[in-house]
Design a protein around this ligand. Sequence first.
Ligand code: PLP
Length: 482
Amino acid sequence: MEFRREAGSREPVYRQLARYYERRIAAGELLPGEPLPAERELAKRLGMNRSTVAAAYADLRSAGLVSSVRGSGTRVSETLWGDAPKRNMNWHAYVEGGAFVPTRELVRQTREMAEQPGVVNLARGELSPELMPKGVLRQLSGGLGLELPFGYADARGDKAVRERLSVHLHDRHGIAAGPDELLLTGGAQQALHLIASCLLRPGDAIGMEGPSYTYSRSLFMSAGLRLFQIAMDEQGLIPEAVADLYARHRIRMIFINPTYQNPTGTTLSAARRLELLAICQERRIPIVEDDPYSLLPALGSPLPPASLKALDPSGDAVLYVGTLSKIAAPGLRTGWIAAPAGVIRRLAEAKEEMDYGFSAVLQELTLAILDSKLWESELERIRAGLTGRRDRMLEALKLHLADAAEWKAPDGGYYLWLRLKDRIGEPDLLREAAARGVALVPGSVYGARPGCLRLAFSRESEERVGEGIARLAAVLAAARCR
Ligand SMILES: Cc1ncc(COP(=O)(O)O)c(C=O)c1O
């Protein structure tokens, strides 16, 4: 959590800041050898004088908790307790040097901001507690027979569950994928990880929408891939841009979220889907279709086009990724991949290496959810709830931000993409947003140019969504004056 001044405290701010770092060092959140932010940068971020930060660092130095070397800044001491020197493990070197790229600072900062009490959370891509189908999940989990094999089993998931999933994909998405063409995963996130690390090699070039949710995830960078953005407009990605990327960089795969895209809310038109399939087929570029939101069209809006997987004439060009996270609950950590059987076998081997396959208890629950009429009606309730929240956001935007921003109403999903008319720096914007109690995600998190924001209408009640937009208007007014 970022430092906050204690309201009403008589303690000087530099002492509060020193205590904040003391606590973090003691808790092991900052490791021996780890750098503290540069004085100037921290002062700017926290909106305080550099001399205050310098005084806090001097305090920490005199306690032996940090050391400063001219030219290389201030770091947590490696011999932590000055008078009883002890060689600590250099965990910092491991933490920084491992193959997984750390979460980006901006992502961490927005996440922390969203968790502060009283903040209107327009940042989190998650259902609000009232919309989560907890009652039905409780009922379904209470009735589980726990009859699936409880030993080490097929890493793809139990056959009965994959058979049921195959019916779901057919009935709900028009996708033909038999049980051998399905793999259960720990959410869509693990599916993307498996594909990136198992089917591609470090140094491979891939294309993804610009902006894209996956940009905010370090997963492709951790896999050592080279990322290229596919240009987009209001109808989603531009298919010729894929041909162009192939010509220039020989991209080996594209990762896209064509329906109610995270973060822009756009949906790829039917004509473009066909065009994209033809371009990829001709160049033999596999498509990863990440599809968490397509069952969530807003009430009264046109239904989305069929999925790329369903439209693919060859039947083998698309790896389809689905999840229960957005249509039931992210805590279930249940996702899947539909792909040619040979690809599934390879991915299942990798999953076996990683975790021996998907939990039997969750598999039973997944089966119960997909079988349940109750869940079907919950899905309708979720759609209605999301539609109400979206409409409230649109109303509030019209009321408060018509002169300051532009947007297009999404036809479904969780997100609205806001383009600001004035140039406002993201640090100023985030600082004002924190001060006014509204959390949102700046566009650069998704690889967009500054000046765009992702607003999630899924997480708060209708009333709070309206309140969040009113607060955002105040944020923009204040940031413009800085
Ligand atoms: C486009 C997209 N893909 C994948 C995920 C990850 O979903 P899961 O919770 O199933 O891992 C998300 C979550 O926000 C998402 O928006």
